[in-house]
Ligand binder design. Structure first.
Ligand code: MN3
Ligand code: MN3
Length: 319
């Protein structure tokens, strides 16, 4: 029997979302090395030791999650692509996850000493909440069904990062660490597309299931989200009790948990909405004119091409 090797044909698109996502992701390509992080050193020196410790730990935790996405995360969902173009999009996503993971090291090497960096990685590689979060997600990546893996991926992309993202967004809203925040905003812009795209692929397959299987999967999904949320509560308390931001961060987490469910085509679990989140943080994350001003005011900010502010409707594929 003859084996046929199929060449990818971008002139025969089976799913227009693959092509539009490829275009969006390649248009927003960026590298950490183009952002002048050292301009944040004066702000950094003005932070208390407690705040510096928080920033280091937050970025250590984010490094762990992006490392996992670049290593096992994309490989886990690659096995179940519906089109060859989806695999090409996943190649882009996987590379950018490595850029994300590396960009935190650029932040560390600018702000921290060698021994501080070693301490941050020791903490990251042993913190009970971080390790549990990584263990839960990785177990699903290795042993879950195709749809369970996509759920885990969307929860990571759209929910689990946000206990960490809160800190740089808070400083951005207070006019501190603008270049660090610019990196985080570029990462958030990528994660928004990743969560929406993988959620969309999830919905295609989910809608093909018989109703009883949908119901079983929906229960599994909400149970998983609740387990992850409980762990995030512990993580948040351990990080933020010292600076007094714990309750605000938890509100932000519940808001993003609902967004993850929305990406998966499901109803929200928590009552929290955007208006409940600290407006300083929402201002940092949102895409209105203030952000546009932010990007244009950082004159020597991002040096490769023009960075467009994130818009909510950039990510609302077919919803
Ligand atoms: Mn990432
Ligand atoms: Mn991602």
């Amino acid at each position: 029997m003859t084996t046929y090797y199929k060449a990818i044909n971008w002139n025969a698109i089976e799913d227009a979302i693959d092509k539009s996502t490829w275009e969006k992701l390649t248009e927003q390509f960026w590298l950490d090395t183009r952002i002048p992080l050292s301009n944040d050193l004066d702000d950094w020196r003005s932070l208390t030791d407690q705040e510096k410790d928080l920033v280091g730990k937050v970025f250590g935790g984010l490094t762990l999650l992006d490392t996992m996405q670049s290593e096992t995360g994309v490989e886990a969902i690659r096995q179940d692509v519906r089109t060859p173009h989806e695999e090409a999009v996943l190649n882009n996503i996987q590379f950018m996850e490595s850029v994300h993971a590396k960009s935190y090291s650029s932040i560390f090497s600018t702000l921290n000493t060698k021994s501080e960096i070693d301490e941050i990685f020791d903490w990251t590689n042993s913190n009970e909440y971080l390790q549990r979060k990584a263990e839960i997600i990785n177990e699903i990546y290795l042993n879950g069904t195709a749809l369970e893996k996509k759920i885990a991926s969307v929860f990571l992309e759209t929910f689990l990062f946000y206990s960490g993202f809160f800190t740089p967004l808070y400083y951005l809203g207070n006019n501190k660490l603008a270049n660090v925040a610019e990196i985080i905003k570029l990462i958030i812009r990528d994660e928004s597309v990743h969560g929406t795209y993988i959620g969309y692929k999830f919905q295609l397959a989910y809608n093909e299931l018989p109703e009883d299987e949908q119901e079983r999967l929906r229960e599994w999904m909400y149970d998983l989200l609740y387990t992850l949320y409980e762990n995030e509560e512990g993580y948040t308390e351990s990080l933020y009790d010292g600076v007094g931001w714990t309750e605000e961060v938890k509100t932000f987490l519940r808001y993003n948990a609902n967004k993850a469910l929305m990406n998966l085509g499901q109803d929200p679990l928590f009552p929290d909405s955007a208006s409940d989140v600290n407006p300083i943080v929402m201002n940092g994350i949102s895409t209105g004119t203030s952000n546009h001003d932010f990007f244009s005011q950082v004159g020597n900010g991002y040096l490769l091409g023009e960075v467009e502010a994130m818009q909510d409707d950039d990510y609302l594929y077919g919803m």
